[in-house]
Structure formats: C-alpha cells, structure tokens
Design a protein around this ligand. Structure first.
Ligand SMILES: *Cc1c(COP(=O)(O)O)cnc(C)c1O
Length: 447
C-alpha cells in the first residue's frame, strides 16, 4: 500500500516510511491510497469471531501487502491481549469500554501496535546486515495520557528506546506514575516548564542535524498511521458484539473526540463496509468540529481546559484526514464535502457543568460510572438518538484514571484497578531537564 499526503505536495511513501516519519514532508498527514471493502461473508460471520480474529482481518486489509502475514498476526494478537466489551447502560444505549488495556485508556492499542510494527521494520532492515544497528529513539512530549500509552506500548520492545518529556508538576500523580516507574527502555524526562516547552524540545531535536547524525530519532505522534488505523479494530468488534445481541440493525456510533483520530479510524471502518448507520462526534467545550458541522467553516482556536482534558484540542489534526476522505482527495467542492460529512456525522458539545450533571444523572439512574470523556459520548446519545436507533458510545478511559474528579463529582470512592495500583506502588525515576534545548541536546549526545 502506498500513502499520500493530505497536503498533496510530498512524495508518495510506503508503509515503512509513513510509520517512521509520521508526518509527510509537506506537513500533511498520510492517507492510504486505497481503502479495501471487506467481503460480505466477513460481515455475515463476524459475530462468530473473537476480537483478535476480527482485528486480524481488518489489519490484513490495511497492512497485508507490506507486512508478512504471520508477523502481522503476531503483532495483532500481542496488541489485543485484553477485551473491549460492550455493556448496556440503559435502554438502547451501550458503552463500548476501551479501557481494559495496560494504561486503562483507548490509546493503548494504537501505541502497542505502532511499537510492534516499528520493531518489525527495524528487524527487516537489520536482517540484511551483519552488525547490529543502533537503537531507534522515540521522542514523545506529553501532558499526561499520550506519554503513558506510548511508554507502555513500547515497554520492553527490543531495539527501541523511548524518551517521554513531560512538564514538571503539571501532570497528575496517577498519570505520572504510569510512565515514570517503568525503567527498562523507557526514560522519563521531567522538564522545568510547561507542555509547550516539552513539545518545542522534541521539535528542535528532530531539526538538529548533528543530533540526527548521532542517533536515529522518530516520533510516536497520534497522527501516525500505525497509531490511528488500528483503532478501527474497536468498531468492527463492537459491531460483532452488538450483532450477537441482535441489535446491530440501526447502529449509531458516538465517539468522544479531541484530535479526532479515534473517530477517523471508525470512519475508515465505515468506508470498508462496516454497517454503522451514522456517527456522532461528542466534544467538550472545545467545539471547533461542532461549529464546522453547523457552518461549513473550520476555524481553529486555542484550546480551553476542561474536565475531559484529553479532548482539549483547538485544532484537531485529523480534521485534515476527514476532509480528505470525504472530498475524495480534494476532488469535490467544499460544499459537497460538507454535505457528505453532515449526512453521516453529527456533533454535540458539552460544558464542564453539563459533563458533571450527566455523570451524576447517569450514576443515579443506572449505577454506571462515567469518566468525564465518556460522559460527553453518553449524553450525545441521550440527546440525539432517534426512535428505532441503538446507540453505542466509546467509554475511552477508566473512571479511576480521573479518580479525584470523579469521586468529587459523584461522591464515590472509585476502586483503583490492580494494574493502576501497581504503577502507583512503583518507584519514580526521572531525569530533570531545563527547557533550554542546549541542555537536552547535550544529554542526548551522551546516550
Ligand atoms: C485521546 C483521548 C480522547 C480523544 O481521542 P481523539 O482520538 O484525540 O479524538 C478521548 N478520551 C480519552 C480518555 C483520551 O485519552
């Protein structure tokens, strides 16, 4: 499979290049040249298959031309070592729980898949040569969630070292322990600054020629095709589980969205023939996509902080992919593209007050504990579901990841899953760093 850039000004790339580079030379996002329709027999029998089998079929359609099929199966099975059940919350509304992975949030699947795919390509390269190639070094800046998913996804993956840069004192203790206590091939770098300083350090490192001569650097950004495409597995599996319940006829899929990678993968699934009737993108107060649906105008702005902070995005990267998909790579007019998008996707936006109210109401009515991100998805279904439709919303994080907020809002004492408790017992190890690039560079040059 070849990959082109949404900006249309970069050379076509193969999968390996798209994964290693992340972003195209023209700063566009990579798109696969073809999206394969899966055969009818796959959908006819999908309810008989388990999550791993379904995912392997989907992965083969995306990556089967570029990755040896046995290796691909191994990567898929290793990535999906946990389940993503659908649970009924109330009449016609189901939660798709994407939080049973290592760091209890949905980014785990993409991060692990990318780590294993990158390792596959490194081994392919090394195979032809007699001497060992050096490590590949992944740099990632995080305000909390991405760092933990990437660190755990890459943990113990031979040939790859990960540096997680995070702002000192600005990440909650529950989040911090998920990437500072791992050791092995994961180094946490505690930067005396804010998140933007971390991101600037990473960007400067990629542009520094001397550093790039010294070590091979790559990013694990969420726009990477190896991180976002595997999320489509979730939606095929959800369809299968709903079909087994006899409830898949009129499905509405609702995705709490920030950078729009998750919903974008669902839309790719739809293009592959997944019979979802329509989608809802649920936003917090960062309502740029919601406004686009209303007006046809895309007006990015600075993000505002909310209770659902993993969705605090003012200029969602994957918007470019959605536009590219429905404009047929810019062949359609803006109006025609907008029309196609609004026919399939609707929006919703919720303030912090509404998120709290939703969490309280849902808990009182049903006993189900929503996290602030999932709350946006749940409420969008309560508000938007039409008669005869069945709604499934993604519960993107375990409520214990936001325990302080959730307990405060609901008056609960949410139980901390053992996996998270184990992180909290671990010993924090980090390297202190200033926000001065010269210091960061000097540190990396010694590695
Ligand atoms: C990243 C994240 C989101 C938003 O997903 P996007 O793919 O960026 O739209 C929602 N909820 C949680 C818990 C997340 O970590």
């Amino acid at each position: 499979m070849k990959y082109y850039s949404t900006n249309g000004k970069a050379p076509i790339a193969d999968l390996q290049k798209a994964v290693v580079k992340g972003l195209a030379e023209d700063r566009g996002l990579y798109m696969p040249e073809a999206i394969k329709l899966l055969p009818k027999v796959f959908f006819d029998n999908i309810q008989e298959m388990n999550f791993q089998q379904i995912a392997y079929n989907v992965a083969s359609a995306f990556f089967g031309e570029d990755v040896d099929l046995d290796a691909l199966q191994d990567i898929v099975y290793d990535t999906l070592s946990f389940d993503c059940p659908v649970k009924q919350v109330k009449e016609n509304i189901y939660a798709l729980e994407l939080f049973h992975g290592p760091t209890l949030a949905f980014k785990d699947v993409g991060a692990r898949f990318m780590a294993r795919l990158l390792q596959y390509f490194i081994r392919q390269e090394a195979g032809g040569r007699s001497q060992e190639t050096g490590d590949v070094n992944v740099l990632v800046a995080t305000s909390g969630d991405t760092g933990s998913a990437v660190a755990n996804g890459f943990l113990g993956v031979e040939g790859i070292h990960v540096y997680v840069l995070y702002p000192k004192g600005k990440v909650s203790p529950i989040q911090e322990c998920q990437f500072t206590t791992l050791g092995k091939n994961i180094t946490a770098i505690e930067v005396d600054g804010v998140f933007d300083d971390c991101q600037t350090l990473v960007k400067s490192a990629f542009m520094d020629e001397e550093l790039n001569q010294h070590m091979m650097l790559t990013s694990a950004n969420s726009i990477n095709v190896a991180r976002f495409l595997p999320q489509a597995f979730y939606y095929f599996n959800a369809f299968a589980r709903m079909k087994a319940l006899g409830k898949a006829g009129n499905l509405v899929m609702c995705v709490p969205s920030g950078n729009f990678g998750n919903i974008c993968s669902a839309l790719f699934g739809h293009e592959m023939g997944l019979p979802i009737k329509r989608f809802i993108a649920a936003n917090n107060a960062n309502d740029i996509f919601f406004k686009y649906l209303q007006t046809g105008k895309y007006e990015p702005k600075a993000s505002v902080q909310t209770l659902a902070n993993a969705m605090d995005v003012g200029d969602p990267s994957n918007f470019a992919r959605i536009i590219n998909l429905y404009s047929q790579n810019n062949k359609l007019t803006d109006e025609a593209t907008h029309h196609r998008i609004t026919n399939l996707i609707s929006g919703a936006t919720y303030s912090n007050e509404q998120i709290k109210e939703t969490m309280r109401q849902c808990y009182a009515e049903t006993g189900y504990i929503l996290d602030p991100h999932g709350a946006c998805g749940y409420q969008a279904l309560v508000d938007g579901l039409q008669p005869g439709e069945i709604g499934v919303f993604c519960e993107t994080a375990h409520p214990a990841k936001f325990k302080e907020k959730v307990d405060d809002i609901l008056g609960t004492d949410v139980e901390i899953p053992e996996r998270l408790a184990a992180f909290m017992r671990g010993e924090k190890q980090s390297v202190e760093m200033t926000k001065d690039f010269a210091d960061f560079k000097a540190y990396l040059m010694k590695q």
